[in-house]
Write a protein of this length. Sequence first.
Length: 329
Amino acid sequence: MILCVRFRLEPAGEALLTRLMELLGEFTPTVEAAPPSEALADVRGALRYFDWSPTELASVIRVRALALYGVDCVIGAGPNPMLARMAAREARPGVTLVVEDPTAFLRDRPVVALDGVGRATARTLCGYGLDSVGRVADAPLAVLQRLVGARTGRELWERARGVDRTPVVPNAVSLPHSSTRGGTPMLAAERSFPHDEIDRTEHRKALLALAGELGARLRTEGQVCRSLALTVRYADRSTTTRSRTLPEATAHSAALGSLAYALHDSLGLQRARVRGITLRAEGLTGAEGAAYQLSLDPADEKARRIEAVADRARAKFGPRAVLPGSLAA
């Protein structure tokens, strides 16, 4: 059983999320944060150990969050992360919504309610009369794959039947599911602004820092990523997400930064009040098995050599030992 806990944090209280994760960690080690205010927890072991129902465990978590941190929460429970998140979106404060029959819970919902179904996919499906989750579940798999592609069609078909193979990853950070992860490994980094930020320069400085952080983490772990996803969170807590595939799998911070800037530019923000920015590296794979296009650009080769030296300095003296000039100011 998976719990999705949505803490009702004030903007200034988002720093409490780490402590609230520790609270959940008292019941299970399998806790995945989803900033700014959500968490997934695999509590199957806790339910057996305490001999509690999901509702009873959720009540204890809610009381402790209120007593220790003054934070209320809404909690949804289901057999997998997708159903737990959907339940949490509908749960009322003080009441835990538990999905016990996935088929009945999903059947009459609009198809856009499923993880991974955006507006474009929903329009395609609705154009063929597949406007509800139940109708998608009843459709032949081959039909869905012809409409939206082989991989997406299979994932859609499974989720319409209540199947979500995405695991809860301990000590990881996930994002709200505006697009499907499909179980693909990823890394994420986030920056929250001290106030609603409308300055484009500050947005780009945050993107530069995030790209550098992700690049350093990828190189340290011997990985490269195939794509980036950018999520911008606004003052009203709404979000916009854009993703794009890299020309080649990489962990080069300059390449990640350039794509992050392009994603940001594609949003066309005009004095938007931005609360935070999250950058996600997706499609991770081992660097040793990735193809690398040789560059004849001496500037690019020089940047990579400098990057390697900076990585060694950070490993010895800390993550802020070497910074771009615009971030050091």
